[in-house]
Design a protein around this ligand. Structure first.
Ligand SMILES: *Cc1c(COP(=O)(O)O)cnc(C)c1O
Length: 417
């Protein structure tokens, strides 16, 4: 059956998530397929930022640490987003960046292994991981100087063979940032545990994109961005989760006063808090942190099962339309077709991938480019419509038919996009 724009309009008319689009500020004439890199702005974020700056800061000044409960904001936000990732109460803090939070949880996990199974010196991660994850591992093991090594997987299928007696930690992105490959979190965690390793999950491309159940999967630690699918705002602080069964072993090297059991004692010695607060370091960026709530609130008006159903419908539509409209145009699907292994974006490879993305941006279709040759299109069900996918693929077809990428090609390198 040939898909038409009318089919897409009918899907929009039936879509129970459609009203949530109004919760976002979206520029006219733009089809935004980059919410996996920087989520769109919740409308309420503007008024909320104004309230924090004008009243909480401007009027209440120092009293806001208590009056507006700034002090507990990292935990309050963690509790608010807990249902999105299958976490319980007081199991998440929102603080610092994903990179920094990864450093903290890896240090915690390595220390646990050092105490119980000190022969385990290998961290298994993917070669194709978002590079900051690998860089943070490299920096941490260099600073520890205990002979740890990083072992890189070339393919998700290689995981079972790679986790051995020597493995301390398995570090995986739940959804790969480039390909969109989705791991089975419960199965991979079980595999790591059976072999004596700990499982650390990067949720940057899965929180707000696919259902996550950290407790059901029995994961050990997780970290993830709030500025992508969660729409928390540019550079908004990241989340950090640690399984409560490890509470007695909670430990992290960035032992600032915000993680101290009694910070206002101003004592000389660091005594960590017992709970998840021990993963805090210093004073939080309150304005940016506060905005995280505005995105999460919109997710709480629905649930991740509904978001997932629409996400799969939209990525299916994208893939089907590319096949229907753009055959013989040198596009290769990178993202898995299998729902069980697909996140919430569609990646297509094209020899002129970079220029292709530039030509689409010139037409108002905002996706992004990732080396090598990959054009990446993020699908955010809260604010995208079925017709947006139709229109985006029509633009893609026009760019390919008209070889519009040929002009964009010369602007490569040095161009900031
Ligand atoms: C976006 C992303 C990051 C970003 O980390 P920051 O510290 O926020 O810059 C880390 N890991 C993955 C998998 C990502 O997709």
């Amino acid at each position: 059956m040939t898909i038409t724009r009318e089919h897409c309009e009918a899907s929009d008319a039936r879509d129970e998530l459609a009203p949530l689009r109004q919760e976002f500020e979206l520029p006219d004439g733009v089809i935004y397929l980059d919410g996996n890199s920087l989520g769109a702005r919740p409308r309420r974020a503007l008024a909320h930022a104004q309230d924090v700056v004008q009243r909480e800061w401007g009027v209440d000044l120092i009293h806001s640490w208590n009056k507006a409960d700034w002090w507990n904001l990292p935990l309050r936000l963690g509790n608010q987003m807990a249902p999105l990732v299958g976490a319980g109460a007081d199991e998440i803090v929102v603080t610092d960046s994903t990179s920094i939070n990864l450093y903290k949880v890896l240090a915690n996990a390595l220390r646990m292994q050092q105490q119980r199974q000190p022969h385990r010196k290998v961290i298994v991660a993917e070669r194709d991981a978002f590079p900051t994850d690998l860089y943070m591992v490299q920096g941490l093991i260099a600073s520890l100087g205990q002979g740890h090594t990083l072992q890189l997987l070339d393919d998700p299928q290689d995981l079972p063979g790679a986790v051995t007696e020597q493995t301390a930690i398995v570090l995986l992105s739940h959804v790969n940032y480039r390909t969109g490959y989705l791991y089975d979190m419960a199965a991979c965690t079980a595999l790591a545990h059976e072999r004596g390793a700990l499982a650390v999950w990067d949720l940057c491309h899965s929180i707000g994109a696919v259902p996550v159940d950290l407790n059901a999967a029995n994961a050990d630690f997780a970290i993830g961005c709030t500025y992508k699918y969660l729409n928390g705002g540019p550079g908004a602080p990241a989340m950090l989760w640690a399984h409560p069964r490890h509470r007695r072993d909670f430990w992290q090297p960035l032992s600032g006063w915000w993680g101290h059991a009694r910070p206002f004692d101003m004592a000389v010695d660091y005594v960590p808090e017992h709970g998840i607060r021990s993963f805090l370091c210093g004073t939080q960026p309150i304005v940016s942190l506060g905005l995280v709530a505005c995105g999460v609130e919109i997710f709480l008006k629905t649930d991740m099962q509904r978001v997932r159903a629409k996400s799969l419908a939209l990525t299916d539509l994208f893939i089907d339309l590319v096949e229907q409209e753009c055959t013989g145009m040198d596009l290769t699907l990178v993202t898995p077709r299998e729902h069980a292994h697909r996140g919430s974006h569609v990646s297509l490879r094209h020899p002129e991938g970079y220029a292709l993305v530039q030509a689409l941006i010139a037409r108002g279709v905002v996706g992004d480019y990732r080396e090598p040759e990959v054009a990446r299109f993020g699908v955010t069900p809260l604010y995208l419509r079925y017709v947006d996918i139709w229109d985006a693929v029509q633009h893609l077809k026009a760019v390919l038919q008209g070889r519009e990428w040929a002009q964009a090609r010369f602007h490569r390198r040095g161009d900031v996009t």
